[in-house]
Design a binder for this molecule. Sequence first.
Ligand SMILES: [Zn+2]
Ligand SMILES: [Zn+2]
Length: 623
Amino acid sequence: MSEHSKPGFVDTVATAFLRRRLQSRRLRAAAVRGLTGISAGSGGRLQMDFDHSATPFAQVSPWLAAHTSEIEAAPAPPADPLRVPSLSIVVMVVGSRGDVQPFIPIARRLAERHRVRVATHREFRPMVEQAGLEFYPLGGNPHQLMEYIVKTGGSILPTRVDQIWEDVPKKRAMIAEILESTWRACTESDPERPGARPFRADAIVANPPSYGHIHCAEALHIPLHMIFTMPWTATCAFPHPFANIDPGAHRPVESFFSYGIVDLLVWAGIGDLVDAFRTKTLGLPAVALTDGAALLDDHEVPFTYLWPESLVPKPPEWGPHIELANFVQYAQAQAYEPPPALLDFLAAGEAPIYVGFGSVVAEDPAALTRTIFRALGEAGARGVVSRGWAHLGGEAPPPNVYLIDDCPHDWLFPRCRAVCHHGGAGTTAAGLRAGLPTVIVPFFGDQFFWGRIVADAGAGPESIPIRRLDIEHLTAAFDACRRPKIRERATELGALLRASDGAELAARSVERHLPALVMCCSADPRHLAVVYCDTCDVRLCEACGREAHSGHLVHPYRYVDWGGRAPRGLFAELGELMGDAALALQAGLAEFLPSHGSASGDEPSRADRGGPVRKLRRWLTSR
Ligand SMILES: [Zn+2]
Ligand SMILES: [Zn+2]
């Protein structure tokens, strides 16, 4: 902006946006600078330790305050979605069945007004198509992903050196495959349905692990909206679900830091794959390490989290581009035909406690089964125990226990009086929605987060991490489920959760954040603008452009300019702040990854290169 012109509205908005980006970059840099060590913490999470005397740490409080006040001043989206033209929307989801399920009702809501395709792993095609939605197969195998996550104790990065040699090449190959498939999901017709309609995405809805989302959006110049079941945006309120932060006075700041560090670790692990995807497949420039880790933040990509404000309030550090909806119920009860033996068991006495650990893999299923059976007996409770991937059971159950395989939670839980599970987001939601006292036995990742949330909400006892699970603790937890206070709180919470439709809220949130004003044809707002007439200075759909503007200067129109980078000078300071530490961190990882070249022989001498390298090495070899 020149001295002679007063800043206009657009300038003010853009400057505020850049200031927010500056604040958030500065905080990311402080996180890396203040970090003294990463090790394998409890529950397989990353234990992060910080040097509280370091200069960046001392500056953090005013920076955080500035960040929060910039956020408070940021413009909010319209309360009611503006009418957007009917779009082709691709919904990209990577993860297990439980991760994909909430996206089905959301996609169905969006499909009332748009053409919607759900792009996810091949094995979920029947689930998607039975819901009346279009499907596109993404690469990757959810079982292998889950197995890998279990092996690494819930992190997306290896925690033992042997895993690096065995698993990382396979995992990296899978991520490369997922990335490639996300682009086809935006641009190609269903390869397994001959004669399927051509598809080209006008908007992308995605969960964070689908990796390709923001890069495809940049290549197509279209909007992106993220949806997730666990916190993925920096806040002082709780640490990143994959991070373990010690209690104490510094916990809020360290919690905030943990998000930037996980982003950086993920980017350090997959950045080269993403860059190969960007340059070879999308024809986009490669992204620097410090940029790559912060892409979603830097662009303030709209985000909808699938839990209600009444359970986990929105933190003050989250801007107006981040919204909370509610849990999304994937209804299956209607189509379920229960076996007569289950109905007989349910009718034969007091409502049982449901016990199941979903798709997590137990180390010793026989011992876990004995613990569950004994604790149910000691607590004088009846139990419906799910075999799951944990393969519980094996031995004949006692008369107070019924063993089941697959059974829809929305059918079973209303027939139980309490639930005990691993704390997956979907199962937690189903139990709370049914108004049931909840015992959480977290194995890894966000399961600890949900354990904390349920206990804080008063809807269940303190969670019992799987390593501490024994007959005594489990019996006490089952007993706690009879306490009137917990039962009342669970009932009350259940009513609150059932009062609003999470899928509807999420779909509205997506529409509200679409840049509707710039997507409409100037001649008729019901049309989607695809060209721009320079002669008349208007956006137009193809039909309107063809008829009235022939002979004019018309070119293809783009909605979102993702490539718009900040002026160089503004980020010089930041580049310096981030640069050395972040690059050293990447170098530390690069030394270990087989695909980056030889890492044998001379490891000890190379271990002295800078602090973060040693930190990362300690972390990688500590188990
Ligand atoms: Zn038109
Ligand atoms: Zn014209």
